[in-house]
Write a protein that binds this ligand. Sequence first.
Ligand code: NAD
Length: 555
Amino acid sequence: MLVSRYLDVAEDSIRPNVSGIRLLQDPSLNKGTAFTLEERRRLGLEGLLPPHVSSMAEQVQRVLANVRSQSSDLHRYTEMISLLDRNETLFYRVVMDNLEEMMPIIYTPVVGKACQLYGHIFRRPRGLFITRLDRGRVRDVLRRWPHRNVRVIVATDGERILGLGDLGANGMGIPVGKLSLYTACAGIHPACTLPIALDVGTNSAALLDDPLYLGMRERRLTGPDYDDLVSEFVAAVREIFPHAMIQWEDFANHNAFRLLEKYRDRVCSFNDDIQGTAAVALAGLLSSARLTGTALKDQRVLFCGAGEAAVGIANLVVDALKAEGLSEADARRHCWFVDSKGLVESSRRDLQEPKKPYAHPHAPACDLLSAVKELRPTSLIGASAQRGQFTQEVVVEMARLNKRPAIFALSNPTDNAECTAEQAYAWSDGRAVFASGSPFGSVTYKGATFVPGQGNNAYIFPGVGLGVVVSEAARVIPEMFLAAAHTLAGLTTKKDLDLGRLYPSLSEINEVSAAIGVAVAETAYARGLTPEPRPEDVGRFVRDLQYKPVYKKYV
Ligand code: NAD
């Protein structure tokens, strides 16, 4: 079997380098009550465990009963993180076998609450924290990480956590959560992942005043101080973990686009809020076009919000239209924006750089409703982090203009959604093609049951990471997100569409991630971004390297 340098041949048995109580305290090796009597004898564990040897199925049953009996989602989150701290293999077994139930707990929306209360619910550190005090020594901090074969780093500076704003060092919950999805959804080995908080301070007065806040108690670094720390971090990653891909995560708008542009051609890196969101939303648009029997070039998309998510989506829609033969200028005219100051149009003098290509000539229209009336969009995409922007009048107007209006309320967490699934279906008389950022349950309206699609980035980034990691691609290029979007849309079945769902069921995310991994790896091979030639069977190559949460035999 051809093996990538990513992992050596997966062994069924290993010889652990620790024994006794230290073995039980190492989450990457610990099997808890599942150690066999023979292993207990050989590894100095006799007496340290209750006598019954549990099967993994029994352990899973115990964990699920405990998690489900907790009184709140936040308690369920801490229960799961404690399991990750004790027994990594069991954590991933539970998550991977119960993904639809576990994903909202270990990631959005519950992780948002967990980040807000990070210093209050803190039990054990996870990941690396880098601050201005580490200047000149960031490489030494990275060297402290216990694993050498790091392949995926998720790094945040905590300034724009979900739709919750500046959470400073509390943002660490996000890289931890995202990396657990890299493993759970795509099978990237947990030992190859590294969560990083670039703690550059916080401007949140509430956090600075909170006696339990665990980050640097100072205002955010700005200007050269900020840039120099990030630049030292990137250089240190290249030196210590030369095969690692960096995912920039939850940076505020003013740094997100800048850092992406600065580093995308220098190091293997991408920004999930911009590019991952774009791919999942484009897949939704492709599926909704299929549902309405139209083509992407028949769509006019109006965005509510013109930040990282919205502009990122528009940029990828433009790439997709160009791939269908449109000129760049024609493609851009399919995308319009309303931001906090009204319609983005060519007479505006206050626009940040990323919005400028979308400032088309038009009379100023101040609010979303008048923009809908004047521009007659086929699709309305909300990424404003402002609850309730899709009012009844807006949705009614979209339904008046379109037989099947696409309404995507992507803002997170659930409370920030531009409208709820129920509102979208009720106000459009059951005709809306709805997708959201945070999960909404099924809705029954006038006897018909609709299953809202969740435009969850988790459909995209784990598969992109898998493809990059196994092919050892030197760069993450926009074409990979286009390939990911088309692959995801292609996996949405007629049955999904009949239910009103624009994406495959989350229960199929492992297969989705593998397929995206293959498409991304194929792109990397085709574009000459890999050190090794293309293996004969890329599908098998990718799937063979996926991590499986099973206990190894200890000899
Ligand atoms: P951002 O801060 O970069 O952008 C927010 C934008 O909203 C800005 O352009 C701002 O001008 C605009 N805005 C503010 N108030 C407005 C108003 N009243 N009307 C119209 N526009 C208004 O943030 P972002 O990274 O783009 O994220 C925005 C939201 O999208 C967040 O809630 C985030 O959680 C969500 N998001 C969802 C997904 C997903 O569903 N897969 C992915 C990424 C981000």
